[in-house]
Design a binder for this molecule. Structure first.
Ligand code: NOJ
Length: 674
């Protein structure tokens, strides 16, 4: 990976007994204080001199040992500054700058056993991160964490956009967002996005570089103040983390911005992950794909064998032909392997990852895809049977490699592992990491559904491309509550998508889902957007693997399909032009290595008209804007299909007037004039 110019100023390693130490971001605006008060360790954070996080406890409860929390004194503080640019092999931006000031505060118990640990803080202009580090020491070897005591004592009763956690049952992040003051939160997932009541600051609590730990949730104050507590997903025996020194926790991060539009692209997590470890990345390709998928969700095909089996050789070849004819990079085939018959969620150990159903000729379709210049995306649903999957990992990946298959969509439909561990426990963190590493070794790109939440792994392993981890399009096919409401994606952009790319699977044109056999009535599950908004989602919801999710026949004779064929999936730069969380978003992105821009605008159930200056274009240059707008009278509820496609010349001085229908959107391709 090309790694640029790096300045490492190792400075001032001072030994001090001060009970307080501070670090500020390079622009001086964000300041973190770490201090000991009456033997307990706290951090706090201010921006422009205004307190955002009040003194918040740091520490741990351990099994069979006293808590690592009391009678602490600061034994050492060290500081350094770091400034480095690098190029992401793919992403929502090409170049990333990691510019921060760091403070490491080491503490020790004054009483026996005199255990030591360090809190390392990094202050960036766009937020902060801190983690715990336990050096190897006589008083602390192997340990079991029963609770991480990290607090986030918010100074303001900020408005939060949240989904519940409440493990062990509801464990898949597939929830609709609510919003309300921090003081009313109970148990929520990260990224947790908040806006202070004066509207001056946006904060996002999340984590980075989760490698061998449990996923962090936040336990709310339940109306008692505004302090959120770290809460770790448990293993079956209630232990949260097993480790031995030397040991580092993931980073706890708080992203900061003055405006909602400045929250994305969110790069803090990438900066807090180690650089790319892959010697070569030229085999990693962002791409658009189609797949044998939506048919199963609307009930016209099955994953299991039988008359409606979707993954047949003939059907797959039809999809490959369609992909090749329309310039798609990949074809996903679900239900190709044995194990789907009966209750596939309960029978998770029955899945084979090498044996296909008799009506699916894996080597044959692999060869056919290769000949057509299309990648076959192999599906590995595990239902959370991770032992079964891990047992087959090497032989399955070897088979795929021998057939030239280099992309997998995996799945983990389960609440608990067979061992009874939470879906987000340390056991699962280790599993997901093991798969990423094995895939990297064998040259396989990953798209993980029901994933571990994204903590920036793609920087270290760029083969970890996309994942789900929120309510995606599939809920519009079968969800008991009718599907995702029109505001859903305007919140996803500012919550789930701040963690990293999402495989939302946009592009359903058959909004009323007639292909299922009948047009869905309003109370039935269906897509709750206009068709133009489905197009805009390709620009708004970033994913390096972007699906055209509908059945191929639903794209036939549809002029709007041209936008899906044209839209890029890899970007040099990304700008959020206008937005209000939960209301609307307008995003512009320039394709990687090119001069063509794409703009996507989406709104909630309210129609709105937005003015968008195109000042991001190169001044003096002439462009053509191809506009896919909601057509006359369009609205998500009873007239979702009209799309008005127009072309007009534009320059950097143009201001576009975007008219978005209720539940609508607009997608625009702006290419330099030939
Ligand atoms: C849930 C995934 O999100 C979906 O995309 C997939 O089709 C099913 N599991 C079956 O694996």
């Amino acid at each position: 990976m090309p790694r640029s110019h790096s300045i490492l100023l190792l400075a001032l390693a001072a030994t001090t007994l001060h009970a307080q130490a501070r670090v500020a971001s390079p622009d001086g605006r964000n300041r973190v204080t770490v201090e000991v008060r009456e033997g307990k360790l706290y951090y706090s954070m201010a921006r422009d001199g205004h307190a955002l996080v009040l003194p918040s406890l740091l520490g741990f409860e351990l099994k069979g040992a006293p808590p690592l929390r009391d009678a602490l004194r600061i034994t050492d503080t060290t500081r350094r500054s770091h400034d480095e640019w690098w190029t992401q092999p793919w992403g929502e931006v090409a170049r990333v700058r990691d510019h921060h000031n760091e403070l490491a505060v080491s503490v020790q118990e004054t009483a026996a056993p005199g255990r030591r640990f360090t809190v390392r803080v990094r202050a960036f202009d766009d937020g902060i991160g801190f983690r715990y580090e336990f050096p190897q020491q006589p008083g602390l070897g192997a340990f079991e964490i029963t609770d991480e005591l990290t607090e986030f004592a918010l100074a303001d009763n900020a408005r939060a956009w949240w989904i519940p956690s409440n493990w062990p049952r509801k464990d898949r992040s597939e929830e609709l967002y609510s919003s309300g003051p921090v003081s009313t939160l109970d148990s929520v997932q990260t990224p947790l996005t908040m806006e202070t009541r004066d509207g001056r600051t946006f904060l996002v609590i999340h984590e980075a570089n989760l490698v061998d730990y449990a996923r962090m949730f936040l336990r709310g104050p339940r109306m008692e103040g505004r302090t959120l507590h770290a809460a770790l997903a448990p293993m079956a025996d209630g232990i949260k983390v097993r480790g031995k020194t030397p040991f580092e926790t993931p980073w706890r991060t708080i992203q900061l911005a003055d405006r909602a539009t400045e929250l994305a692209p969110s790069l803090l997590g990438l900066k807090l992950n180690p650089p790319n470890v892959l010697a070569r990345t030229d085999w990693i390709h962002p791409m658009k794909y189609v797949g044998i998928w939506w048919g199963m969700h609307i009930g016209t095909m099955t994953w299991s064998s039988g008359p409606k089996h979707g993954a047949t050789t003939a059907n797959t070849k039809r999809y490959i032909d369609f992909a090749a004819a329309n310039g798609f990079g990949g074809v996903l085939v679900e239900g190709w392997n044995t194990g789907w018959d009966g209750d596939w969620i309960a029978n998770r150990d029955a899945f084979s990852f090498t044996r296909s159903y008799p009506d699916y000729d894996l080597p044959g379709v692999a060869a056919y895809a290769r000949q057509k210049g299309v990648r076959l995306i192999v599906h590995n649903e595990t239902s959370g049977g991770i032992e079964n999957y891990e047992r087959q990992l090497d032989s399955a990946f070897a088979l795929y490699k021998s057939l030239g298959l280099d992309a997998i969509k995996s799945g983990y439909v389960t609440d608990l592992t067979s061992g009874g561990d939470s879906h987000y426990s340390q056991v699962m963190v280790r599993h997901y990491r093991k798969v990423i590493e094995a895939a990297a070794r064998d040259g396989i790109m990953l798209d993980v559904h029901e994933p571990m939440h994204d903590t920036g792994e793609r920087r270290t392993y760029p083969n970890m491309m996309s994942r789900e981890g929120a309510r995606g399009q599939e809920y519009n096919a079968w969800s008991g509550d009718g599907g995702n409401p029109p505001e859903h994606e305007t919140i996803l952009f500012f919550t789930r998508l701040l963690a990293g790319p999402m495989d939302f699977t946009p592009g359903i044109f058959d909004i009323l889902e007639r292909s299922s056999g009948h047009a869905h009535r309003p109370e039935e599950p269906r897509v709750r957007t206009t068709l133009a908004k489905q197009l805009a989602l390709y620009v708004v919801l970033y994913s390096p693997l972007q699906m055209a999710a509908d059945l191929p026949e639903n794209y036939e004779r549809q002029p709007a399909f041209q936008f899906i064929k044209d839209v890029a999936v890899d970007w040099d730069t990304t700008r959020v032009l206008d937005a209000r969380i939960g209301d609307y978003v307008v995003v512009a992105r320039r394709e990687r290595g090119g001069q063509t821009w794409f703009v996507g605008a989406i709104t909630d159930e309210e129609g709105r008209t937005l003015s968008v200056p195109l000042s991001f274009l190169t001044p003096g240059r002439k462009y053509v804007a191809e506009v896919y707008a909601d057509g006359p009278g369009a609205n998500w509820l009873d007239n979702p299909l009209p799309v008005a496609i127009t072309r007009r010349p534009v320059t950097a001085a143009s201001v576009l007037r975007l008219v978005l229908a209720p539940g609508g959107g607009q997608a625009i391709r702006i290419r330099p004039e030939e």
